[in-house]
Design a protein around this ligand. Structure first.
Ligand code: BYC
Length: 328
């Protein structure tokens, strides 16, 4: 009996000690403990300023990419080769708008308004994915965008489902489901063209030639040159690095090209038995940084078009606000 009481008392002391230790933890220590234990950080939780700013930057750039990404596809709505192709393309573009909506809403939970984020895009303070600064010249490009661009986005976004910020992680789960349809829509277009007439096959190859390198640039600079990666990995915003994700994408895409008889435009591409991955040629980083800095083929068009659409749509936003206030 005595022994039991002693154990019982010890348990209480122990428990009190634990509570005390927890209470004495600084906000930063509690935050780091959650990161360590893979507990999501939620909007009302304390977070370091740099973590908040990092997410405001990355999530808003992600949202801008979804919305700007509608433009190269919108270019083909009126010229899609069949009613079926047109309806599917319209649905895909509508999905991208939805992805932008989730991501702006999730980014607003970090205490910055959507209008501020949009202003940063339009004044070119904020970036968006480099890939959308390339033109879509033929219908085969709609195939290449879905197959390669959405394919690359999925690899990145599946990894981001595990990101440490709750609203971002949850947005990624829904977005990834839709992106896998987009990837298949693109692969269907490109494989049909690759099976078509010699001219159609040539169009498919030409689209792959133009979109291959820009697609693998989507993953960002090499890890050694990625200024944001150290904090992103430390805070588990990213769980895999730019180079790891790029390699995953390349490894799974090569076989898809082989199946439809197209050739990846990289003479250094070969399977490496030792690493169990494909080796590939060096990316043209001058081209990448040139596009990121705003000098790609379509940067000016994309921003000008965004500003015009935003101004033309001002009455819709005003009407929605007036309606909400009236019924509020
Ligand atoms: N393009 O230190 P790093 C879609 C910038 S849309 C432009 O590696 P980080 C779709 C980077 O921002 C999906 N800029 O940065 C939609 C940084 O500059 P700042 C888009 C790039 O953040 C419609 C600097 O270079 N997906 O799928 O650790 C139709 C140094 O880079 C790029 C996302 O946005 C680039 N490619 O890593 C079809 C995913 N790469 O900000 C499809 C979310 C780098 O310091 N974002 N920069 O001035 C991410 O995962 C990461 O932000 C990145 C870059 C991997 C992109």
């Amino acid at each position: 009996m005595t022994l039991v009481i002693v154990f019982y008392d010890l348990k209480i002391v122990n428990c009190e000690l634990n509570i005390k230790t927890n209470n004495n933890m600084s906000d930063l220590e509690k935050f780091l403990e959650k990161i360590e234990e893979n507990i999501k950080i939620e909007p009302k939780d304390w977070m370091p300023d740099d973590y908040r700013k990092h997410l405001q930057r990355q999530m808003s750039q992600h949202a801008h990419s979804e919305v700007i990404g509608m433009q190269p596809e919108g270019n083909w709505v009126l010229r899609a080769p069949s009613l079926r192709a047109k309806v599917i393309l319209l649905a895909k573009i509508q999905d991208e708008a939805g992805h932008g909506q989730y991501l702006y809403s999730a980014a607003e939970t970090l205490g910055k308004s959507r209008s501020t984020y949009i202003n940063e895009l339009q004044t070119r303070k904020a970036k968006y994915s480099s890939i959308f600064n390339y033109p879509t010249l033929t219908w085969a490009d709609m195939g290449a965008v879905g197959w390669l661009v959405d394919g690359a986005a999925i690899v990145n976004q599946v990894s981001l489902q595990k990101t440490s910020y709750g609203p971002y992680s949850r947005a990624m789960v829904k977005i990834c489901k839709e992106e896998s349809f987009h990837q298949r829509q693109g692969y269907e277009i490109i494989s049909n063209m690759a099976k078509g007439t010699p001219e159609q096959k040539q169009m498919a190859q030409d689209a792959l030639d133009r979109f291959w390198w820009p697609s693998i640039m989507m993953f960002g600079p090499h890890d050694a040159d990625s200024s944001r990666s150290e904090n992103a990995m430390k805070w588990k915003i990213k769980n895999e690095t730019n180079d790891q994700l790029r390699q995953k994408f390349i490894d799974k895409t090569i076989q898809q090209a082989e199946i439809i008889g197209l050739t990846i435009p990289d003479k250094d591409l070969r399977w490496n038995d030792e690493t169990n991955h494909y080796d590939f040629g060096e990316i043209d980083w001058d081209e990448f940084w040139n596009v990121v800095k705003g000098n790609g083929p379509c940067n000016d068009d994309r921003i000008e078009h965004h500003i015009k659409a935003h101004e033309d749509g001002a009455w819709v936003r005003e009407a929605a606000i007036a309606y909400a206030e009236k019924n509020g």
